[in-house]
Write a protein of this length. Structure first.
Length: 132
């Protein structure tokens, strides 16, 4: 078993899609191990996205991620990181494969409904960010 972090982003919590995302994950074989709802401060959002420091989209991304509640959760499954990235689809929903979560519910490249860790190393850091 391995672990990864998913966050339901503000555009999805606002549209009452938390249960939809959890259902997609559970049907795909993921076990929800931890979950909470939080409203990120600007400082917390900047810290979480520190890897994107200097990118032109960072300020807008931080404004978006602090605009409403988010739901981080820890998911367990074999090959969790890679399988979740496949399940959520490409960053830009117009490029996301058919049947992926982002293709189905994301609004655009910024308001793309979910975050998913991109490596085992980053998953560990991101899980520690939200959960003890
Ligand atoms: O989330 P993912 O790992 O697929 O993409 P990323 O390249 O790590 O970017 C993090 C987040 O920044 C994305 O999920 C988008 O919400 C946002 N983003 C954006 O607003 N505009 C871009 N051109 C790229 C990313
Ligand atoms: Mg990323």
């Amino acid at each position: 078993m391995s672990r990864t972090l998913l966050i339901v982003k503000p555009d999805a919590t606002e549209r009452n899609l938390i249960g939809h995302v959890v259902g997609r994950l559970e049907r795909a074989g993921f076990k929800v191990a931890e979950m909470r709802m939080v409203r990120l401060s600007e400082g917390e959002a900047r810290k979480f996205y520190a890897v994107h420091e200097g990118k032109p989209f960072l300020d807008d991304l931080v404004a978006f991620m602090t605009s409403g509640p988010v739901v981080p959760m820890v998911l367990e499954k074999e090959n969790a990181v890679e399988d979740m990235r496949t399940l959520i689809g490409a960053t830009d929903p117009s490029n996301a494969a058919c049947g992926t979560v982002r293709q189905e519910i994301a609004r655009d490249i910024q308001c793309n409904s979910v975050h998913g860790s991109d490596s085992d190393e980053n998953a560990a850091v991101e899980i520690a960010f939200f959960f003890d």
